[in-house]
Design a protein around this ligand. Structure first.
Ligand SMILES: [Zn+2]
Length: 242
């Protein structure tokens, strides 16, 4: 096994709960006392100074979100005229969310993607800065709804003949990259995202009040503004359902 990069920080589940609580209480501590749709986009913009932009990231819709840690040019699909990919300049602190998530019925996924990207910003910033790359969230199969992947610029940049900025840094960082590391980072961001959107303190109490109701999981998902699947995963994690 390759050693983990120095800047990759792994947190226990309890530590992630604490960080999630801190993120929420900086915005509004009362959100930790009753079930609520956590205003993740407001938290990103008002507390962390992030800029959220909606663009079609890939033609196939595989990448749902992308966080830009340093000013960069990134490939974006020109959806309107079907013109293919073009490089656009993006400022550090921009979170690009795939515009397909604005479509009806995708609000749960949209909010989860935002929370996932916020998690990268809060806990993985140093790691990605060292790597000289963006973090992106993608979906690539039915069984991995929240699966993520790192954006691979190489093929695209090779085609356009553009050279990579900060290439030395990226190349150096690549030495210690492995798909195993990527998976750990993505899973950690998902665990963090679910803690931001469904804080343990209110969810446990709310679960006990609603669990006997018909469609309890659907009700809970609605109360927190998440997908039913995300709620199910969170309740299992907390040992509340099996
Ligand atoms: Zn990610």
């Amino acid at each position: 096994m390759m050693p983990y990069p120095l800047n990759l920080r792994l947190h226990s589940n309890e530590a992630l709960e604490t960080i999630a609580r801190q993120i929420i209480s900086q915005f509004d501590p009362s959100l930790l006392y009753k079930p609520a749709v956590i205003p993740v986009e407001d938290i990103m913009e008002k507390i962390y100074g992030l800029t959220i932009e909606f663009l079609y990231i890939r033609k196939n819709g595989r990448i749902l979100g992308e966080t830009v840690f340093e000013d960069a040019e990134i490939p974006i699909y020109e959806h309107r005229n079907d013109e293919g990919y073009k490089l656009i300049p993006v400022k550090a602190g921009t979170v690009i969310i795939d515009a397909s998530l604005l479509h009806k019925g995708r609000i749960g996924r949209l909010r989860f993607t935002c929370a996932h990207e916020l998690a990268h910003w809060v806990i993985d910033k140093n790691y990605f800065m060292e790597l000289g790359e963006t973090a992106s969230l993608s979906t690539n199969s039915l069984d991995s709804e929240f699966a993520c992947e790192f954006l691979d610029y190489d093929a695209f940049l090779h085609k356009t003949g553009k050279s990579k900025t900060k290439s030395n840094k990226a190349e150096a960082a690549k030495v210690v990259r492995s798909s195993e590391t990527d998976e750990i980072i993505e899973r950690q961001a998902n665990r963090m995202a679910s803690r931001i959107l469904m804080p343990k303190c209110t969810l446990k109490a709310t679960f006990h009040n609603t669990r006997t109701a018909p469609n309890a999981i659907t009700t809970l998902a609605g109360l927190y503004g998440v997908s039913k699947q995300a709620m199910e995963i969170r309740l299992k994690e907390l040992g509340l359902v099996h």
